[in-house]
Write a protein that binds this ligand. Structure first.
Ligand code: NDP
Length: 285
């Protein structure tokens, strides 16, 4: 029978564990703290930031929220990050993306101290992951890996196909699975015969941003399917979230699958908490 991978439940358990670790850090005089920077009024970004701050409260992590109009200059934003880099009470810095067009995302991410890069987007973090060295891992692939580890006794030797090659999901996911001794294929928009490529996967990770792209016939019976996609679609005039995988077609073919919502999404925020606690612990020595 297909196992429904409950990311919400896993994330709640991880956050309970982190909450007690944070209380123990408090007793040693360390108060883990994350600074969240939000620019402009993109409704989805506001929801993401609200959810992150709410989780911080549950885990007893102190959160500082800095909101700016979308007219803020790149220079002013860089100066804010410089201030936060130098503030020893702040352990993690998160800049909610996307930023307005006149601001260069890469320059902003590069300005964050790698020691406080809890999103794991800095090139130093990306390089460390690629080289198998210590550093922050982006939250969505880290959460996806934790879910995989929960359903599979070992990942070694399995063929993982990742659809999507973004810097924040696809590429870091590939590095993580390679480090677990999977044979890794990365597919993207120019991949030929995508259904055949997907059908070879023991582990199929979909991180595309196209609702229900992956069909039942693309999935090998018994494969484990991780659906990272979050797509807002209208169903009978009502807004609904859909993954990149056609859940109804795949659910009886895969051995385990993450639902959308309630799969990878909650793990992304839980792993942000995880990285922030790690950052505080490391900075406290
Ligand atoms: P990007 O848009 O940055 O990357 C999408 C990738 O999918 C690209 O590599 C692109 O290929 C590939 N792609 C696009 N169309 C096709 C196609 N028809 N066939 C094969 N590959 C294709 O997206 P992200 O990685 O940022 O996000 C992917 C999805 O995951 C989105 O739905 C996003 O909302 C969701 N997401 C969910 C998170 C969570 O917490 N659960 C966190 C982050 C993202 P190419 O490189 O050739 O253009």
């Amino acid at each position: 029978m297909t196992k429904l991978i409950n990311g919400k439940e896993f994330a709640d358990k991880l956050c309970d564990k982190l909450a007690s670790e944070v209380l123990s850090l408090h007793s040693q005089g360390v108060e883990p703290c994350i600074a969240v920077i939000l620019v402009g009024d993109d409704p989805a970004s506001h929801v993401y930031v609200k959810n992150k701050i709410r989780r911080c409260e549950q885990v007893h992590i102190r959160s500082l929220e800095f909101r700016f109009e979308d007219t803020i200059s790149e220079q002013a934003l860089l100066e804010k990050i410089e201030d936060l880099n130098g503030d020893s009470k702040v352990h993690g810095i998160l800049v909610q993306l996307p930023l307005p067009e006149h601001i260069n995302d890469s320059a902003i991410i590069a300005a964050i101290s790698p020691a406080k890069d809890v999103d794991g987007f800095h090139k130093e973090s990306a390089g460390a992951l690629m080289l198998g060295q210590d550093g922050f891992v982006p939250c969505t692939p880290l959460g996806s890996l934790m879910l995989l580890g929960d359903v599979l006794p070992t990942l070694s030797g399995l063929h993982a196909v990742i659809v999507g090659r973004s810097n924040i999901v696809g590429k870091p996911m590939a590095s993580l699975l390679l480090a677990k001794n999977c044979t890794v294929t990365i597919a993207h928009s120019r991949t030929q015969n995508l259904p055949d490529v997907c059908k070879q996967a023991d582990i199929l990770v979909a991180a595309v941003g196209k609702p229900e792209l992956i069909r039942g016939g693309w999935v090998k019976p018994g494969a484990v399917v991780i659906d990272v996609g979050i797509n807002r679609v209208m169903v009978n005039d009502a807004p609904k979230l859909k993954g990149d995988v056609c859940f109804d077609e795949v659910k009886d073919i895969a051995s385990a699958i993450t639902p959308v919502p309630g799969g990878v999404g909650p793990m992304t925020i839980a792993c942000l908490m995880y990285n922030t606690v790690e950052a505080a612990r490391k900075q406290a020595g």
